[in-house]
Design a protein around this ligand. Structure first.
Ligand code: HEC
Length: 142
């Protein structure tokens, strides 16, 4: 009895395999994209704030929270400021004044550039820094 030789892989199967590979790559890509944005926002413990930090909190909410989160924990538009890389030794208060005055070129993260915030005065920025430093300290970042 002559046996018919089957083709190695049927064309339909080849298409199904190709489809599975494409879906697999897409899934990994989505997972990475989520990892990159999701991993950057952190949960923040809010301490009892001093008077000036409380005022700073108001300015922060009005000018920075859109991207950095209401408590500085970050959003999908900007990084957490309550984060080790923004501790005093790495980013001094001067870095905050500069960020407000000149904006920031994307370098630590992948959110894009931070636009300058010219509506924020130096005095308001100083209060914002007090707020951020108190929240950082309450979360073990000095
Ligand atoms: C439109 C979004 C947006 C707003 C509004 C915003 N930021 Fe940012 N900020 C960013 C992004 C994005 C980065 C990260 C840039 C990088 O390092 O890749 C950043 C970085 C910073 C840094 C780090 C600077 C450095 O030297 O690395 C500081 C400090 C900062 N922001 C403070 C503030 C303060 C204070 C406000 C409010 C007055 C504010 N930001 C408002 C998006 C924003």
């Amino acid at each position: 009895m002559a046996r018919k030789k089957k083709p190695a892989v049927s064309p339909t199967l080849q298409w199904i395999a190709l489809g599975a590979i494409v879906v697999g790559i897409a899934a990994v890509w989505v997972w990475f994209a989520q990892l990159r944005s999701g991993a950057s926002s952190v949960s923040v413990t809010m301490p009892e704030l001093s008077r000036s930090a409380k005022t700073g909190q108001g300015h922060f909410e009005a000018n920075c929270a859109l991207c950095h989160g209401a408590s500085g924990g970050g959003t999908d538009q900007g990084p957490p400021l309550v984060h080790k890389i923004y501790e005093l030794g790495h980013h001094s208060d001067g870095a905050f004044f500069l960020a407000v005055r000149r904006g920031v070129r994307q370098h630590h993260w992948t959110f894009g550039d931070m636009p300058a915030q010219p509506q924020v005065t130096r005095g308001q920025a100083a209060l914002i820094v007090e707020f951020v430093r108190e929240v950082q300290a309450a979360n073990g970042i000095y």
